[in-house]
Design a protein around this ligand. Structure first.
Ligand SMILES: CC(C)(COP(=O)(O)OP(=O)(O)OC[C@H]1O[C@@H](n2cnc3c(N)ncnc32)[C@H](O)[C@@H]1OP(=O)(O)O)[C@@H](O)C(=O)NCCC(=O)NCCS
Length: 172
């Protein structure tokens, strides 16, 4: 697949503003994320897009939850937090969720969101920023690479159906 084939949405004109997320934005961000994240078959269960995810990030790190507006419509968001590890002098930042309304993609909205998020991270003493995405999410991979991310690390998820295992133990 060619790089430019990944998105072929009809574009809409943008009058872009980035600001901190507010309580009234929660439902709008959640529904936009439902459109973006549940449309993809995401095998990764360690973070799931649901109401709790949006509310808990907003509750724990409201200053790291940003929304992109065009006129009075939310067209994108970036939700993250910072992490300090015991024994490490480094402070880490993690961008958990980044999304842009399909009709507004490929017009620099995520780039603006990301730049604002990165400024916040720098102001908060973060030295290393991390993101993650599925290996087949080419739009995200191209985007993060363009933003300067590198050194991709593979992570393999294994699963075990323990209800089957319990049945086998009982049958013995
Ligand atoms: C990934 C995503 C956030 C990008 O948003 P966007 O607003 O379209 O991105 P931008 O317009 O700021 O793109 C900046 C650069 O990233 C690269 N890029 C972004 N989307 C791309 C795509 N679909 N195909 C190829 N390159 C892409 C390009 O280099 C682009 O610059 P260019 O348009 O000048 O070539 C958007 O596709 C999206 O919401 N995807 C669904 C949710 C998701 O997967 N989120 C990421 C994981 S949490």
């Amino acid at each position: 697949m060619e790089k430019d084939d990944v998105a072929n949405h009809k574009k809409k004109r943008i009058n872009l503003t980035i600001r901190e997320m507010e309580i009234d934005d929660i439902a709008k961000v959640f529904h936009l994320g439902e459109k973006l994240f549940t449309a993809r078959k995401v095998p990764n269960l360690y973070r799931t897009w649901d109401e709790y995810e949006v509310v808990s990030l907003f509750q724990s790190d409201p200053e790291f939850c940003l929304v992109a507006y065009s006129d009075d419509t939310i067209i994108g968001f970036a939700l993250g937090s910072t992490i300090s590890k015991t024994g490490s002098a480094w402070k880490y930042g993690h961008l958990y969720w980044l999304g842009v309304e399909p009709e507004y993609q490929r017009q620099g909205v995520a780039k603006k969101l990301f730049k604002s998020f990165m400024d916040l991270m720098l102001e908060n003493g973060v030295r290393m920023l991390q993101v993650d995405t599925e290996a087949d999410n080419l739009a995200a991979l191209y985007f993060f690479r363009k933003m300067g991310f590198g050194n991709p690390q593979q992570h393999i998820y294994l699963s075990l159906n323990i209800s089957d295992l319990r049945r086998q133990i009982k049958e013995k």
